[in-house]
Design a protein around this ligand. Structure first.
Ligand code: NDP
Length: 480
């Protein structure tokens, strides 16, 4: 079995406890590697290493810092096939998706922030005849970056790239369920010549390692992506210490489909936004709201295409829906399908675990599932399922569609489908979500602010927002 190790002070190390956890291949339902069961002593070692590395890294000429980060991006590209295969095995996602989305985006994250830091400028404000203000932004210190299992290397690099580019040193924790590509990434950092201690990766359980990072007084900022419940625990721990916090949390995203839309585009993209990565993307649309005039036509076509999706071995080319990340998560998703039935929902397709033949016979597969007949307030429509399960509901007016979209505690993203430009603007302004896509989905420009409203999070990532997050602003006012 492969053995994953921590990356602390530039070295690959066993955890202090000497204990390891099993790491599962979800498509086979079997362990295939081990990862460190680290604890607070490993975190302390990592924080100490990050503090020692901070003065030199933060003072390093920008061009040198940039070239190291660009080298890491190049190495990710070089190892695209290896990393994609590892991601697919570790997470359960189709290999095709890991190759075309996850790993290319990881190198794009590194490259984007490596170069962005060279263009960051400071503001100055002239008070006519009186004074000039100028604002400096210096790296905040040691940053804690905690990422989830759904897009492992993609979201891991989405945090550490801006932190490192801003001049911070980092203690990071990938999800215990998907640690493999972060381990491979640590080897690439060594190969690229990243100085020891600049990035430290501590593997292990969230409530041990994650909690220890959040609690450590030597960590000045926490950038977290994960579930809303975990986000609340982190906020409660970090807030009394006045740590800077960026929280990217869950979603229950609506797709608003108006009768005047490009029907083919709306259906085919909604299939993607529902079932890509087994529905395990925080931006997946899980509540599909369709104007009554095309409701029946839409439901029929959507169900037909859902049935055509191939659930299968993630390593096979034809597979569109792979395995869910863990047995626990699969059971959670199945329990929501049961709940939907209890709440009066009608399952039009899917609804069950899939048992495959051959090497994936014990894998955690669930049929893509479409449910109708539920009201907006039921738990199925209010809580995040984070799996291949969508509900479809009709609406009669634009006002009703907006009210339905907003009748949820989350506010991460929404898609709007209409060919009426005025309506597109009007509805986009009224829907309370941090990210709105009109006639598209998951079209990402890394310069744009990324994050959610309400229970979907605090703060924004992306563009300058993330670079600024990892800095401390200081205003200097000089009387003229
Ligand atoms: P979790 O909240 O369970 O875990 C996220 C990370 O936090 C993991 O590394 C986890 O470790 C760690 N963690 C768990 N408990 C603590 C703690 N007490 N202190 C510090 N860290 C802790 O989320 P999932 O991994 O289950 O990810 C799915 C969730 O992430 C969904 O709700 C999804 O919507 C959300 N998400 C949000 C995105 C956004 O941009 N808004 C993007 C992607 C996902 P471990 O795994 O070892 O428990």
């Amino acid at each position: 079995m492969d053995r994953i190790l921590n990356y602390i002070e530039g070295k690959l190390l066993e955890p202090a406890s000497g204990k390891f956890l099993e790491n599962f291949n979800p498509a086979m339902g079997a362990p295939y590697s081990t990862l460190p069961d680290s604890d607070s002593s490993d975190v302390t070692k990592a924080v100490d290493a990050a503090h020692s590395a901070f003065p030199a890294w933060s003072a390093m000429p920008l061009s040198k810092r940039t070239s190291i980060l660009l080298k890491i991006a190049d190495l990710i590209d070089r190892d695209l096939d290896k990393l994609a295969l590892a991601e697919s095995i570790d997470q359960g996602k189709p290999l095709k998706l890991a190759k075309s989305v996850d790993i290319p985006r990881a190198s794009a994250n590194m490259r984007f922030y490596a170069t962005a830091s060279m263009h960051m400028n400071s503001e100055s404000h002239l008070m006519e005849g009186e004074a000039i203000n100028y604002t400096t932004r210096t790296p905040i210190g040691v940053a804690g970056c905690i990422s989830p299992w759904n897009l492992p290397l993609y979201l891991f690099t989405w945090k550490i790239a801006p932190a490192l580019a801003a001049g911070c040193t980092v203690v990071a924790k990938p999800s215990e369920l998907t640690p493999m590509t972060a381990f491979m990434f640590s080897k690439l950092c060594i190969e690229a010549g990243l100085p020891a201690g600049v990035l430290n990766i501590v593997h292990g359980l969230g409530n041990k390692v994650g909690q220890a990072i959040v609690e450590h007084r030597g960590v000045s900022a926490i950038s977290f992506t994960g579930g809303t419940v975990t986000g609340k625990t982190i906020a409660a721990t970090a807030a009394p210490m006045f740590k800077k916090l960026s929280l990217e949390l869950g979603g229950k995203n609506p797709n608003l489909i108006f009768a005047d839309c490009d029907f083919e585009n709306a259906v085919s993209t909604s299939i993607q936004s529902s079932f890509s990565n087994q529905g395990e993307i925080c931006l997946c649309g899980s509540r599909i709201l369709v104007e009554r005039g095309i409701y029946e036509k839409f439901v029929n076509e959507f169900v037909k295409r859902t049935k055509e999706l191939t659930v299968g071995d993630p390593l096979e080319e034809k597979t569109r829906v792979g395995a869910l990340v863990s047995e626990g998560h699969m059971n959670k998703v199945l329990s929501y399908i049961d709940l939907a039935k209890q709440e009066g929902g009608e399952v039009l397709c899917g609804g069950k675990r899939v048992t495959l033949l051959g090497r994936c016979a014990n894998g955690y597969f669930v049929e893509p599932t479409v449910i109708v007949g539920l009201d907006q307030q039921c738990r199925t429509n209010q809580e995040e399922i984070f799996g291949p399960v969508v509900t479809i509901m009709p609406f009669d007016t634009e006002e009703e569609a907006v009210a339905y979209a907003n009748s949820n505690a989350y506010g991460l993203s929404a898609t709007i489908w209409t060919d009426n430009l005025k309506r597109a603007h009007r509805v986009a302004h009224q829907v309370k979500s941090g990210i709105i896509w009109v006639n598209c989905w998951l079209l990402r420009d890394l310069r744009t602010p990324f994050g959610g409203m309400k229970q979907s999070g605090v703060g924004r990532e992306g563009g300058w927002e993330a670079l600024r997050f990892f800095t401390e602003a200081k205003n200097i006012c000089i009387r003229i």
